[in-house]
Design a protein around this ligand. Structure first.
Ligand SMILES: Nc1ncnc2c1ncn2[C@@H]1O[C@H](COP(=O)(O)OP(=O)(O)OP(=O)(O)O)[C@@H](O)[C@H]1O
Length: 439
C-alpha cells in the first residue's frame, strides 16, 4: 500500500471522509514522500526529514479520522495523544517520551497479529496434534482399530466441530498473572519492566487443566503460534516500523500555546510542554523496551481548533517543525447528508445492517436524511458544535425505539422519513436544555 500515489491515496480517503480536500492532499503527499525518500541513496535519505502537518479546524470535522485512515492505508503504527495531557499536575518533562513508547506498543501489537496470522495454519495443525494426543491417550490400550485410522477418524470429527464440547486434560502455560501496576508520572519505564518480569515469571509455569476441546484449540493455537514466532525478529521489526512509518497525531496543540484563559503559571508549563515535545519532533532517540528508537522520520500531525490562539503563538521552533498548514472546514448540513449516506460503512448502512440481523427492514428516505442533518446542524449551533459526532447521538436517539423493539416483534419494517424524524427528535432538538442532555 506504501506505493499508492497521492491521488490514489486521496481517492481511498474519499471513500471514508467527506470533503476536507486540502487536508487529504497534505497527508497524501506526506505519505508518498516517505516512499520517495526510501528510493534515495542512503546519504541523502538521511537528510530528508518529514514535513510535519498542522491541521487547523473545529472539533469533529474529520482531522483524526483522516490521520487514522491514512495510517491504516499505509499499515503504519499510529497513536493519538492529547497534548494537554502533559500539562496536568504531576507532569515531568520526560513523560513526552511515553508517546514513542506507546507507539512502539501499537506497532508490536500490529506486527504480532500479522506474525500470528502468518503462522496460523501451522499453529493450528500443531494444536490439532496435541489435542488428538490428549483425546487418544486413554484409547490407546483398546487395540480394536488401527491407531492411525482412529486418529484419522478423530481428526475428522475434530475438524467438523463434533468434539467441541468434550473435555480433555492438558498441560498448559499458566494464565498470565494480571499484575497492574499504577505508575507515578515519569516512572512508566520502570513499571513496564516490572510488569514484564511478573509476566515472564507467569509464563514459565505450566499446569494441568481440564478444558473443552474448543477452548483448548484456541489456547493451544495461540501457544503454538507464539512458539513459531521469532521474538527478536519481531522486536527489530517494531523498531523499524516505528522509525520509518510511525505516525503521531498530537491533538489539542492549540491548548498548549501561551494564549487563552490562563494564569501565568499555566503559561509557563504550556510553553514547557512545547519545549519538551520539540526534541521528539526534531529527532531524538528514545529508549523503549524493544530498543532505542530514533524519532527523526516519524510523521507528526498536530491538530487544533485555534479558536483562542493562533499557530503563531506556538514557540517558533515548533512552528518551524510544522511547516504544512491545512485548514479543515466546518461541516454544513449538506455535508451531514453526505456523511450519513456516502462513506463506505456509513452510519445509516451500519444501522440498516445491524437491525437486519433481527429481521427488521430499515430504510431511510431522502427527506428523512435531510431532516436528521438539519436537526443535527441546529443542535450544534444551539448547544455545542461537536461536528459530525452529533450524528452519532442523533441516530442513536432516533432509532432507540426500533432498536428496543427489534427482536421481540416479527417482520418489522420501518421507513425513516421526515415525519418519523420529526416525531422522534423534534421535541428534544428544539428544547435547548433537553438537547444538551440527550443529543
Ligand atoms: N468529513 C467527515 N466525513 C465523514 N465522517 C466524519 C467527517 N468528519 C467527522 N466525521 C466523523 O465524526 C467523528 C469525529 O471525527 P474526528 O475524530 O475526525 O474529529 P476531529 O476533527 O479529529 O476532532 P477533535 O479535534 O475533537 O479530535 C468520527 O466518527 C468521524 O468518522
Amino acid at each position: 500500500m506504501q506505493s499508492l500515489t497521492p491521488k490514489q491515496i486521496v481517492n481511498e480517503l474519499d471513500k471514508r471522509i467527506i470533503g476536507q480536500q486540502a487536508a487529504k492532499k497534505a497527508v497524501a503527499i506526506a505519505l508518498r514522500n516517505r516512499w520517495r525518500r526510501k528510493q534515495l541513496d542512503a546519504a541523502l535519505q538521511h537528510e530528508v526529514t518529514p514535513k510535519n502537518i498542522l491541521m487547523i479546524g473545529p472539533t469533529g470535522v474529520g482531522k483524526t479520522e483522516i490521520a487514522r485512515r491514512l495510517a491504516a492505508l499505509a499499515n503504519a503504527p499510529f497513536i493519538k495523544v492529547e497534548a494537554t495531557k502533559f500539562t496536568e499536575v504531576g507532569y515531568v518533562g520526560r513523560d513526552v517520551e511515553s508517546i514513542i513508547r506507546d507507539l512502539a506498543e501499537t506497532a508490536m501489537k500490529m506486527l504480532r497479529e500479522e506474525a500470528i496470522s502468518s503462522v496460523k495454519n501451522k499453529a493450528e495443525d500443531a494444536a490439532e496434534e496435541r489435542i488428538l494426543n490428549a483425546l487418544l491417550r486413554p484409547a490407546r490400550d483398546v487395540e480394536t482399530e488401527d491407531e492411525s485410522t482412529t486418529r484419522q477418524r478423530f481428526r475428522k470429527m475434530l475438524r467438523e466441530g463434533k468434539l467441541d464440547d468434550r473435555e480433555i486434560e492438558l498441560e498448559l502455560n499458566a494464565p498470565n498473572v494480571g499484575v497492574e501496576i499504577m505508575s507515578p508520572p515519569g516512572m512508566e519505564e520502570m513499571t513496564s519492566q516490572l510488569q514484564e518480569m511478573f509476566q515472564s515469571m507467569g509464563s514459565q509455569r505450566k499446569s494441568m487443566r481440564k478444558i473443552t476441546v474448543a477452548h483448548a484449540m484456541r489456547l493451544l493455537s495461540e501457544e503454538e503460534a507464539l512458539k513459531l514466532i521469532n521474538e527478536e525478529e519481531l522486536k527489530a521489526k517494531v523498531l523499524d516500523s516505528v522509525e520509518q512509518n510511525g505516525i503521531v497525531f498530537l491533538d489539542e496543540i492549540d491548548k498548549i500555546t501561551g494564549r487563552g484563559e490562563s494564569s501565568n503559571n499555566a503559561d509557563v508549563s504550556r510553553a514547557g510542554v512545547q519545549r519538551d515535545l520539540l526534541p521528539l519532533v526534531e529527532g531524538s532517540t528514545v529508549s523503549t523496551k524493544y530498543g532505542m528508537i530514533k524519532t527523526d522520520h516519524i510523521l507528526f500531525i498536530a491538530s487544533g481548533a485555534f479558536h483562542l490562539s493562533k499557530p503563531s503563538d506556538l514557540i517558533p521552533e515548533l512552528q518551524g517543525r510544522l511547516p504544512i498548514r491545512v485548514e479543515l472546514d466546518a461541516l454544513s448540513s449538506a455535508d451531514f447528508v453526505r456523511i450519513l449516506t456516502e462513506p463506505d460503512a456509513s452510519l445509516t448502512e451500519q444501522y440498516i445492517a445491524l437491525l437486519a440481523t433481527e429481521g427488521v427492514e430499515l430504510s431511510f428516505t431522502d427527506d428523512g436524511i435531510e431532516r436528521i442533518a438539519e436537526l443535527a446542524w441546529e443542535v450544534n449551533e444551539k448547544t455545542e458544535n461537536i461536528g459530525a459526532r452529533r450524528l452519532h447521538t442523533m441516530l442513536e436517539k432516533l432509532l432507540e425505539q426500533i432498536s428496543y423493539e427489534a427482536g421481540s416483534e416479527e417482520n418489522l419494517s420501518v421507513t425513516v422519513d421526515k415525519d418519523y424524524v420529526n416525531e422522534q427528535l423534534s421535541v428534544v432538538a428544539e428544547d435547548e436544555d433537553l438537547s444538551r442532555y440527550i443529543l
